[in-house]
Every structure is written in structure tokens, then in C-alpha cells.
Ligand binder design. Structure first.
Ligand code: ZN
Length: 274
């Protein structure tokens, strides 16, 4: 039996290709119709939205949105008439017909605790190389409230807040100066008790010190800083997300301990005050 895996490619923002995937479901496939299931590879709930593009053939049937439980696979998610394919093993490029939005966490319950004081996720004095709403790449609803700290390759990264490790990647060695390299970032995603998630990006190859499923404490060493993915210089991209039914992940403004009420400015150095 043949299972073909369809990785999604996202052109906007960071990629979700490792976090969610479509699979052709051979057992359900009939003479006329191909069925695709959708699988959540994360240990957090995931809200998934498919927005049809104008050119979508009316024969394609799909669920516009769904809430996936941790690691859940849902069958019958997309139906495609077999006669749309040139040959049986041809790939269906869903990117041609849909744009996708993903939200880690349950939009019904995730609500950011705005007065939580995050720990700076590194110890040494490091420069902020891009702040909130930075024009280089913090120009999207997923990244407006992100921070790029100019950590050095090899710096230890610490959990800014306690939570459950819901996804990690450390297999990449690649980086590049354009968004198409976003897929190659190593990262850790931690879910907090208010349902929001923190993402720590651009870690070193094999630079993840904890395991998916671990409960980590605030201040626990979790990773090693590096230079993977869409980046021009070594740094840590740090962002906290909530989830909305309409928009998927949305970055939220946060406060760091020792810097309450202070605006973080590009080019200035910040050190953990604790
Ligand atoms: Zn960034």
C-alpha cells in the first residue's frame, strides 16, 4: 500500500511543514475519489484553516477549518476527484488551490496572561537586532511582537516561561537570506498553562537540549543558539503566540522581568537582570 506524504509549503512567515501534513489515505480511496487526511505532529492542539483560492476547481471538497487534538489525524479532510490527476501517483499541489493558516493551541481557551513577566531567554549582554514591528521580517501578524536577540552561536538558551515542549527541530544545518529558507530553522515550541506558546528559533544543528513532551521550568537550559533558517546573522527569534479562529497564530506583546514598562530598542544591549 502506498502512502504519499504531502508536505505543505508556506510562503509567508515561518513554515509549518514539519508541524502539520496531509497524507493520501489509500484505504479510503475509491475508483473515483482520492481522500486526504490531515495530521497534527505537535503535542499541542492545533487550529487549521484552509482558505480556497479563486482558481479552485469546484470538484475539490474540503473542510474549511478544524481543531486537531495533540498528534491527532483526521481522515476525509480533503476529497479530490481522481480524474484531476494525470496519473495515479501524481502529486496534488494544495498550495495551488488553498492558502493555509495554522494556530498552535485551542482558540477557545488560549488567553495570554498579559502581566506574566518573562525571563530574557539568554544570560549574557546581547544586542537587540530587530524589535517589535521590525521592517526586515517582523511585518506579519505572526511576528509583529517578536524579538531578535543577537545571540552568538553556542550561547545557551533558557526557557523564558515554564511549560510543555510541544515541538522541536534540530536536524538542519542550512540558512539563507530569503524567506524560502524559513523551512530550515531549528526551533523549540513550548506551550504555557494559559494555552499560548513561545517559539525559540534559529537554534544550532543538534542544539535542542530537551525532548518533545518534557515539562520545562522557567530558566531551564533548553537549547543552543545558532544560525539556521531565514537569517542573515546569528540570533534568537523569540515570540509568544495566541490563536484565533480567523487568523491562526497571532503574536502577543509581552513583558520581560527587569524591564517592565521599558520599550526594547533596536541596537541596544540587554542582559538578564536576575
Ligand atoms: Zn525575527
Amino acid at each position: 500500500m502506498k502512502t504519499i506524504v504531502f508536505f505543505l509549503f508556506f510562503s509567508v512567515s515561518l513554515s509549518y511543514a514539519q508541524q502539520v501534513q496531509f497524507e493520501r489515505d489509500s484505504t479510503l480511496t475509491t475508483k473515483d475519489t482520492l481522500f486526504f487526511s490531515i495530521k497534527n505532529n505537535m503535542l499541542s492542539p492545533m487550529f487549521f484553516i484552509m482558505n480556497p483560492k479563486e482558481n479552485i476547481p469546484k470538484e475539490i471538497q474540503y473542510q474549511r477549518k478544524t481543531l486537531l487534538k495533540p498528534s491527532e489525524k483526521q481522515t476525509h479532510f480533503v476529497k479530490v476527484p481522481r480524474n484531476m490527476l494525470e496519473h495515479d501517483s501524481a502529486l496534488v499541489d494544495f498550495n495551488k488551490y488553498f492558502s493555509f493558516k495554522v494556530g498552535y493551541g485551542d482558540p477557545n481557551t488560549a488567553k495570554h496572561t498579559d502581566d506574566y513577566l518573562y525571563l530574557l531567554p539568554y544570560k549574557k549582554k546581547r544586542k537587540l537586532i530587530q524589535g517589535n514591528f521590525g521592517r526586515f521580517s517582523h511585518d506579519h501578524i505572526r511576528s509583529f511582537h517578536a524579538f531578535d536577540f543577537g545571540t552568538k552561536i553556542g550561547d545557551t538558551i533558557y526557557a523564558a516561561r515554564e511549560g510543555k515542549v510541544v515541538m522541536t527541530k534540530e536536524s538542519s544545518k542550512k540558512y539563507g537570506r530569503t524567506r524560502k529558507f524559513a523551512n530550515f530553522a531549528n526551533y523549540i515550541i513550548i506551550q504555557h498553562d494559559d494555552g499560548t506558546t513561545a517559539a525559540y528559533y534559529h537554534l544550532k544543528f543538534e542544539g535542542v537540549l530537551i525532548e518533545k513532551g518534557d515539562l520545562v521550568k522557567r530558566g531551564q537550559a533548553i537549547g543552543i543558539s545558532g544560525m539556521t533558517g531565514f537569517t542573515t546573522t546569528p540570533h534568537l527569534h523569540f515570540v509568544v503566540h495566541t490563536t484565533s479562529e480567523e487568523k491562526g497564530n497571532i503574536s502577543v506583546p509581552i513583558q520581560f522581568e527587569g524591564y517592565v514598562g521599558k520599550k526594547f530598542r533596536k541596537g541596544k544591549k540587554y542582559k538578564r537582570r536576575k
